[in-house]
Ligand binder design. Sequence first.
Ligand SMILES: Cc1cc2nc3c(=O)[nH]c(=O)nc-3n(C[C@H](O)[C@H](O)[C@H](O)COP(=O)(O)OP(=O)(O)OC[C@H]3O[C@@H](n4cnc5c(N)ncnc54)[C@H](O)[C@@H]3O)c2cc1C
Length: 481
Amino acid sequence: MKVERAEILVVGSGAGGAVVAATLAEAGREVLVIEEGPEVDTSGMATHTPDAMRTLYRQGGLTPILGKPSMAFVEGCCVGGSTEINSAFWHRLPEAVCTSWAETFDIHGLDSAGLARLFEELEQEMKVGVSAAGALCASSRLMKAGAEALSWKVAEVPRAQHEHPDQSAYAPGAKRSMSRSYLPRARAAGARVLADCRAGKIVRKGDRVTDVLAVRTVDGGTEPVRLEAGTVFVCGGAMQSAVLLRSSGFTRNVGDQLHVHPMIKAAAEFDEVVDAHLAPLPVFQVKEFGPDVTLGGSVFTPGFLALTLSDNWLQNEAAMERWRHMATYYATSRGQGCGSIRAVPGSRQAFLRYQFAPRDEELLNTGLARLCELLFAAGARRVFPGIRTRASFAGPDDCRTFMRTPVRLRDMSLSVLHVFGSCPMGEKMNRCGADSYGRVHGTRNLYVADASLLPGPTGVNPQGTVMAVALRNARHFLDAV
Ligand SMILES: Cc1cc2nc3c(=O)[nH]c(=O)nc-3n(C[C@H](O)[C@H](O)[C@H](O)COP(=O)(O)OP(=O)(O)OC[C@H]3O[C@@H](n4cnc5c(N)ncnc54)[C@H](O)[C@@H]3O)c2cc1C
């Protein structure tokens, strides 16, 4: 069997893994990063085409989270992780969420002021900002107009993006993903990145991890690899980190408390030509109903539109002819339920389940009703909600009348992009899988540094928080070890 050695092994190269790798390599540590997915230069490609989805997304973007209803979960599987395919919206963790996590999970040294300093540093590197005035696409402009007509709080979300005078902010490569920020930094400091290499098992001796068994895809075939490391950081994302930990026997408080932001979509048809495919990312969010409900704009392609219309395809098929007049939007909620993650023995698949709480139905109804209200205020002539019981609304009164009776969860088409909490950090031994700085309880040299550590839903786009916590924990590791 091929053997690779490193002082520090980082499993996964997304938001958490890339920050850990760069921080440790720049401090002079010998770092090896392994990544299950391929290394693809995403700087010249739109990352939401069918081809890109086959290459960059786990299972082509189709991973079910089973429940009533089941939800479609989407995550990246490539060098750079989900940051290569996401919208790069940037939020800091709300202070109230930070305080409540620190108290509920007894997380030592976690406070808003400390995180704010880390956010500032990350925002410099990630070039977080808003698009240049006047550069708004029509789907953003319409959303903003709708919110303003209703006097709702609306703001452009800062993004991690390069500003280039000759380039649209939506151009491929404009986004600061990990492959264009922390991974080059890690490599410049000597870190090695091994793509197409999936960790399958962490081997332990007592309380120490000794090595990781992985499989690497080379020239269409596979070869087993044994990775020997003094310290292992698991950064595979909230789903896959839990799968790896559990299938390696680390099960205590791992994969038992999955949290998500369930999302429902709606498509709006306007009189004007919107051409949402040309600037596919509406950049405004409405926080009027926060912290539990957020309204925003979805990435648009005719294919994604067809998916939104597909719940009632017979009635909605004809609307596709007017796709240039249409744009898609979402309502997302801070999930109130809880899920679980289980490894399926002998398979790469995970068994993911989510149990909704009664309040989830209420929040998603509020979100959908407000979203439709906003789109009509923006001038939509028809709105197509992501539900099975109604194909479209012809106007605001039609929508209000229908939604007087709450839509049942089972009739909603829901998807999930944000997941958390599969190995929560903290000192509450009955709830936490890792300590306050990510070391897996009961081990001396096994750490987690990704969305798994965040003990609950952030209520905002989470990439910034994943990175800030990873940076905090990597620095703590350097001080301690
Ligand atoms: C479509 C989409 C849009 C989003 N939009 C936004 C947004 O606008 N703003 C925002 O803040 N957040 C957004 N997010 C969420 C954000 O991208 C994630 O919260 C963040 O990337 C999570 O970081 P992570 O390190 O936990 O996991 P990831 O970034 O997903 O990285 C995990 C990496 O580990 C690899 N891996 C997993 N298991 C193994 C293994 N066993 N061996 C080797 N490698 C492994 C995976 O292939 C993956 O590349 C979005 C997510 C998606 C999917």
